[in-house]
Write a protein of this length. Structure first.
Length: 209
């Protein structure tokens, strides 16, 4: 059984920036997604536990934090486009904010280049891959909740005056890995999902013991 795949193939605009998605990818992803839920719970829990130690060693400037959040939100929307049949809305998001997404992605890459002593671009690509994998696992574990949250995110994106206005108000799923240096960044919303039932029962058993 194959694991979650990165949802990154598609037609690019003018040879640069985020790719548009096709309906064929939607059908393929829907067929592939069946049968992944049992593995998803364990993998997602391990990913969340290791996320803070993997990246968040020091605080992050506000503009860099926005670039990190933008990547997280875009990866969630890209997975939602495939798993929740929202490809038209995702493509509208990409087209509407193309220049802003390209600028934000450039800042994201610069962030990892500045902060990494080696394998700089590899860390940039790894960050985006992990975001896509985490979103895929969340969608496999709680498809209804994930799609409802993503539909709300698309609504916010379509109503926002700019990409930055959307990113600063949109909750993100994994927000604890990077600490903001200033108060403004600390006020940005994060999304805290319910703890899976089997984790809660294990925690109660541990306390009783």
């Amino acid at each position: 059984m194959g694991g979650p795949r990165r949802a990154s193939t598609g037609r690019r605009l003018h040879g640069a920036g985020p790719a548009l998605l096709s309906a064929a990818r939607d059908d393929e992803e829907g067929a592939h997604g069946m049968g992944t839920k049992h593995a998803a719970a364990a993998i997602l829990a391990a990913w969340l536990c290791g996320a803070t130690s993997a990246w968040g060693a020091s605080c992050v400037d506000y503009d860099d934090l926005l670039a990190l959040r933008t990547a997280a939100i875009q990866q969630q929307l890209m997975v939602a486009a495939l798993t929740c049949h929202e490809i038209p809305r995702y493509n509208r998001f990409v087209v509407s904010h193309q220049s802003e997404l390209i600028e934000s992605d450039g800042r994201l890459k610069d962030y990892f280049v500045r902060r990494s002593a080696w394998h700089r671009e590899a860390k940039y690509h790894l960050y985006k891959t992990e975001l896509a994998n985490a979103a895929s696992l969340r969608s496999a574990l709680r498809a209804g909740l994930f799609c409802a949250q993503s539909a709300d995110a698309f609504d916010r994106a379509e109503a926002a005056s700019s990409l930055a206005a959307f990113v600063t108000t949109q909750p993100i799923a994994v927000g604890g890995r990077f600490r903001a240096c200033g108060e403004a960044g600390r006020a940005l919303p994060t999304l805290v999902e319910p703890t899976p039932l089997h984790h809660r029962s294990r925690h109660r058993s541990g306390r009783a013991a």
